[in-house]
Design a protein around this ligand. Structure first.
Ligand code: PLP
Length: 399
């Protein structure tokens, strides 16, 4: 039996079957944008562990920062002051339009925190507003409240009754949001680009209109930047592409480059609604997670990585678009920075293409709406992109 079959047998016997059959590979190590599987086969990574590994693998400064921290302390709980936590909070606040941070362990928890904060904000004001307007096709996480916020009913049905207080409207349609506002509405919560929904761009006008509508009605604008945040679109936070100032943003994924950490950030007057005892987390923002976050922020703020994302992102978009023009089954190529979707016609299964790409040594991903998703480490180079496009071209010719 091969080593992969042994792992598959263990997984089939002991792990809950929530992922179905996985892609038939087990990675063992990585360097730069290359992953190596247990048989030492190399793969160029265009998925970064679902928008997480922005610095790629075995990044020398990141790895060194983790080693240094592990040798000192991993965890104490937030009952005590934590230097890397305080410093990471400072780095996030001083580089955003937000004023306060709370650290979580995942994106779903960051969104849970944001939902609680929106409700508490109006509770403190003595107003009975608790309803949050979200968007169809959105994805906000797997906890009960974030499932309820997620605009995809396939995730809801088996877990009902879900927490109430969420209303879904069409994405990228600001008037639909305005029409849904009533005396119970406390916030609008959307992704700036819908990642799991199919790399669907809200667009500058929509997001600016949302900001205006929220201000006009005195409600909060929450942007879920779990997938788009931390450099993915060429800015530290993707809202910075649109000249807007949200009241709350949520982060996770790339913030720890693979070490689990999430965060929600809020404007001062909003954050003031949380009083001691209102929220907490045992692990959230521990030494290891915040050392990872600080090393990530250091790379983004003190190297030309964000500029690099803009340039290679543009290159990836244009090369994939050119490729798409050759094949009628490619319906659209769209995205921002290094978050690109290639929508395929219904007769093709993106999963089959991911499997073919894996065979040829490339990791690419899927998302909703029959879309291939490209979320490479932000350190990806033009040579990697050229190689990917040649590989996809060869594959597409045979389809
Ligand atoms: N929000 C968005 C936009 C996401 O893309 C995801 C995960 O894909 C989440 C929230 C949930 O994050 P997590 O899986 O870390 O809980």
């Amino acid at each position: 039996m091969s080593k992969l079959e042994q792992i598959q047998n263990l997984d089939n016997s002991y792990f809950m079957n929530t992922f179905g059959p996985r892609f038939p590979v087990a990675f063992e190590s990585g360097e730069g944008c290359t992953l190596y599987d247990i048989d030492c086969k190399a793969y160029t990574d265009f998925f970064a562990g679902i928008a997480v590994n922005l610095l790629g693998y075995a990044h020398p400064r990141f790895t060194a920062a983790l080693h240094t921290q592990i040798d000192k302390l991993i965890h104490t709980s937030s009952l005590y002051y934590i230097e890397p936590q305080a410093k990471l909070a400072e780095a996030l606040v001083t580089n955003s339009c937000l004023d306060r941070v709370f650290f979580t362990n995942s994106g779903a928890e960051a969104n849970e925190g944001a939902i609680k904060m929106a409700r508490k904000y109006f509770f403190e004001k003595g107003e009975s507003r608790y309803e949050i307007i979200t968007a169809k096709q959105s994805f906000h996480g797997r906890t009960l409240a974030t499932l309820a916020a997620t605009g995809q009913s396939k995730y809801h049905v088996p877990f009902e009754p879900l927490p109430t207080g969420f209303v879904m409207v069409d994405y990228a349609d600001a008037s639909a949001v305005e029409n849904a506002i009533n005396e119970k509405t406390c916030a609008v919560m959307v992704e700036t680009i819908q990642g799991e929904g199919g790399v669907i761009l809200g667009g500058k006008e929509y997001l600016q209109e949302l900001e205006t509508i929220c201000k006009k009605h005195g409600i909060l604008l929450i942007l879920d930047e779990v997938q788009t945040g931390i450099g993915r679109t060429g800015h530290l936070f993707s809202y910075q592409n649109y000249g807007i100032e949200p009241d709350i943003i949520t982060l996770a994924k790339a913030l720890g480059n693979g070490v689990p950490i999430g965060a929600f950030l809020a404007k001062q007057h909003v954050a003031d609604c949380f009083k001691p005892g209102d929220h907490g987390s045992t692990y959230g923002g521990n030494y290891l997670a915040c050392a990872a976050g600080l090393a990530v922020m250091d790379e983004l703020l003190n190297t030309d990585l964000l500029e690099h994302v803009k340039q290679v992102g543009q290159y990836l978009l244009s090369e994939l678009s050119k490729l798409g023009e050759k094949y009628p089954f490619v319906l659209e190529v769209r995205g921002e920075g290094l978050m690109i979707g290639m929508q395929l016609s219904e007769e093709l299964l993106p999963k089959d293409i991911c499997n073919l790409a894996l065979e040829k040594g490339f990791v690419v991903g899927l998302s909703g709406g029959n879309t291939l998703r490209f979320l490479p480490p932000l350190i990806i180079q033009k040579e990697h992109i050229d190689a990917l496009v040649i590989c996809l071209d060869e594959m597409f010719k045979t389809l």
